[in-house]
Design a protein around this ligand. Structure first.
Ligand SMILES: O=C(CO)[C@@H](O)[C@H](O)COP(=O)(O)O
Length: 232
């Protein structure tokens, strides 16, 4: 994001970010309108390359189309082997926040610096099986950590509770760091993630599989807000 947008997200408190991964791509823009009308404010986009993860989604043309269609900040999760090559094209297409995977790169500090130089927010994501210590080297170089609560690659997977301990640990060590969780977030899991100290909650199927996005977002929001916000 431009840095001002990032600051406004930081200041806004906990938020639900809908992922369009499992939505009706034949009606993508209408789906985004429904998500916006349901009260969500930041869109989470899952970019997969069929190499870093065994699934393929979309690239810059879709991001650029969404950018023209909506004023929602675009939080782009790069599940790709080569985030450096695609960082600038993604920013040119309209990404506001770029998150790369720590497992995908040799030098996360260098990658974070290259993304930061593009003027957008930078996040680092970590899969459930990767030791949290892999992040230590780069935590001072990023704006956000995306703690995966499923193995990156597909929507609709079951929540892995290891993510809760990871959020709790990161929150206690880095009180000001923006923390995002992604994968299997629903009415049964969002409260625990909030209590552990998470800020941003990516939700795919729990919204998209619902008939009424407004009701789904509102119930998730209530569950999130009624949980104790962790030690910030
Ligand atoms: O990044 C990913 C999957 O790799 C996520 O954004 C999921 O797509 C979230 O979907 P649900 O688990 O909520 O269905």
């Amino acid at each position: 994001m431009n840095r001002a947008k990032l600051d406004s997200i930081r200041g806004a408190g906990p938020a639900i970010l809908p992922s369009v991964l499992n939505c009706d791509f034949g009606n993508l823009m209408a789906e985004v309108d429904r998500l916006r009308e349901a009260g969500t404010e930041i869109l989470h986009l899952d970019v997969m390359d069929g190499h870093f993860v065994p699934n393929l989604t979309f690239g810059m043309p879709i991001v650029e189309g969404l950018r023209r269609h909506t004023d929602m900040p675009l939080d782009v999760h790069l599940m790709i082997s080569d985030p450096v090559t695609y960082a600038k094209p993604m920013v040119d297409a309209g990404a506001d926040m770029l998150t790369f995977h720590v497992e995908a790169v040799k030098d996360p500090v260098e990658v974070a610096g290259k993304v930061r130089d593009l003027g957008v927010g930078v996040g680092v994501a970590i899969n459930p099986g990767t030791p949290l210590s892999e992040l230590d080297v780069c935590l001072d170089s990023v704006d956000m950590v995306l703690v995966m609560s499923v193995e990156a690659g597909f929507g609709g997977q079951t929540f892995n509770p290891v993510a809760i301990d990871r959020i709790r640990e990161l929150r206690s060590r880095y009180p000001e760091l923006l923390l995002e969780i992604d994968g299997g977030i629903n009415l049964s899991t969002i409260g625990a993630a909030r209590e552990a100290g998470c800020d941003l909650f990516v939700v795919g199927s729990a919204i998209i599989s619902s008939d009424d996005y407004t009701v789904a977002v509102s119930e998730l929001n209530d569950a999130m807000m009624s949980a104790n916000g962790g030690s910030r």
